[in-house]
Design a protein around this ligand. Structure first.
Ligand SMILES: Cc1ncc(COP(=O)(O)O)c(C=O)c1O
Length: 488
């Protein structure tokens, strides 16, 4: 095997001041580079003549610098070959020099302060929260529509597109919301986003000034809270009871600019905001000149009764920003969602997106539009709803009823997850640790609370289980494993 080529020498950045001793300066410059690792062991230094020419100094000067480095063991000479940087013992190196960087901005510090927990990744397992049954997605149909688009894309769609999103998709989303939610909007009010999370983040970027108070459900969807906090908001947790967000507590918050909530299926407790509370909330926004961000992340999944009208459908004042997503009906990696905005805000949100990313990738938008127009979307929603319902039933049917410290299962009329209370934080930790040990994912309800909640710790405990991610057989296996792990 031939020896690896010698590492090459880079003398860029060596600047010598002719008013001072040149050999000393060259010695110091090379020594510094050897110590901080820019010149690694086995790097061949150029011949003294060559380096002298490169730096515009005499060969003698270079020789003196090399001699000093040699005397101190920083370089070695190999007869007939040249001068090489010596391998230094790790202890000879000073601790890595911290490259000096500018002081962090307030925005960087705010992001750093968020204790963000990323969602679980990898193939779904029982009882992963936040993912639908993507084993049922019609990938054949999707692939066919993709291939059809990319085989002969219209040149008009290949340049910079509309930052608000593909026009055809926005029209279809408007029609879908009209039919499925009774939400009447113009396609011009719709901005396509990279999932619900980007929609929420845009609201945070554009509606919040540093120091503004933003109300969030407590417990609630923490990634929304983080988005608002990263924009400089002061988060105010509002309790949630059986009727959803407690509007009376919201009314007690002075100077609150915006409320973010999940009215159709509160995340994570699963309750639905009552009609009376919906009306109170709209009145709050009017009186307080506030915004309501309505996150309808899993509105397609309702198993009995008709859904209540979204706040956006009841809003007469242009105060509600409605967030929707395709990621819970298709799969999260799709990254496709939308915002329905008050008329005046829509162009500004589109402008913000133009600054962020110009426009979303065209293929996914066009294929989703075709998917909807061809009736596949509605068919898929029905399939997903029915699968989620029977997966819910499998979990409720076989869930052990005798778990010490664990409340009874709630009624589950909507969504992809459920939440069951546990009587102490310690018990929550025990149950989850034992589940994790047998490969079953369960989220801790305690993680959904704001850090500075006034609610006593033990009242924050519970288990949050997603029931839609895997088929019934895997749910049964996971429950079997839990019975053993929990000694039931
Ligand atoms: C309440 C809630 N809102 C929004 C999202 C984000 O959805 P998306 O994947 O569309 O960004 C999630 C994801 O789990 C969620 O639970």
């Amino acid at each position: 095997m031939s020896a690896p080529p010698p590492l090459s020498f880079d003398c860029s950045g060596i600047q010598l001041d002719r008013a001072r001793g040149l050999a000393r300066q060259l010695y110091q410059a090379l020594r510094e580079r050897i110590l901080d690792g820019r010149l690694q062991g086995e790097t061949r230094l150029p011949a003294s003549r060559e380096l002298a020419e490169l730096l515009g100094i005499s060969r003698n000067t270079v020789g003196r610098a090399f001699d000093q480095l040699y005397a101190e063991g920083f370089v070695l000479t190999r007869i007939g070959d040249g001068t090489y940087v010596a391998e230094l013992a790790a202890s000879a190196r000073p601790p890595a020099l911290q490259p000096r960087s500018p002081a962090p901005s307030a925005a960087l510090l705010r992001v750093q302060a968020q204790q963000l927990r990323l969602p679980a990744s990898g193939a779904p397992r029982a009882f992963r929260v936040g993912v639908p049954a993507f084993d049922l997605f019609p990938f054949e149909t999707w692939a066919r529509l993709q291939a059809r688009f990319w085989r002969k894309p219209s040149p008009a769609r290949l340049g910079y597109g509309d930052p608000a999103g593909d026009g055809q998709l926005r029209e279809l989303v408007a029609a879908y919301l009209r039919n499925s939610r009774g939400l009447h909007c113009d396609p011009a009010q719709i901005v396509i986003t990279c999932g619900a999370q980007q929609a929420i983040s845009l609201c945070a970027q554009l509606l919040v000034d540093p120091g503004d108070r933003v109300a969030v459900e407590n417990p609630g969807y923490r990634a929304a809270g983080h988005a608002f906090a990263a924009a400089g908001a002061e988060l105010c947790g509002v309790p949630v009871d059986g009727d959803g967000l407690v509007t009376a507590a919201l009314a007690q918050l002075p100077d609150c600019r915006l409320v973010y909530l999940t009215p159709s299926h509160q995340y994570p407790t699963g309750v639905t905001l009552s009609l009376a509370r919906r009306l109170e909330l709209l009145a709050w926004a009017e009186v307080n000149d506030g915004w309501i961000v309505e996150d309808d992340y899993d509105g397609e999944y309702r198993y009995c009764g008709t859904p209540l009208a979204p706040l956006a459908a009841l809003d007469r004042q242009g105060r509600v920003l409605y967030v929707g997503t395709f990621c819970k009906i298709a799969f999260p990696a799709l990254r496709l969602g939308y915002l329905v905005l008050p008329v005046k805000l829509a162009p500004l949100f589109a402008q913000r997106r133009a600054l962020d990313m110009r426009n979303s990738e065209i293929g996914t938008q066009v294929v989703m539009a075709e998917f909807i127009a061809g009736g596949h979307f509605q068919r898929h929603i029905r399939r997903m709803r029915s699968a989620a319902r029977s997966r819910r039933d499998a979990l409720l049917r076989d869930w052990p009823t005798n778990i010490p410290g664990c409340a009874a299962m709630p009624n589950v009329d909507a969504g992809l997850h459920l939440c069951v209370r546990v009587d102490s934080l310690q018990r929550e930790t025990q149950l989850i640790a034992a589940a994790v040990a047998v490969g079953v994912e369960i989220n801790a309800l305690s993680c959904y609370w704001l850090e500075d909640s006034a609610v006593p710790e033990d009242q924050r405990a519970g288990l949050v289980l997603g029931f839609a991610a895997v088929p019934e057989a895997q749910i049964a296996e996971a429950l079997q494993a839990l019975r053993k792990a929990w000694d039931l």
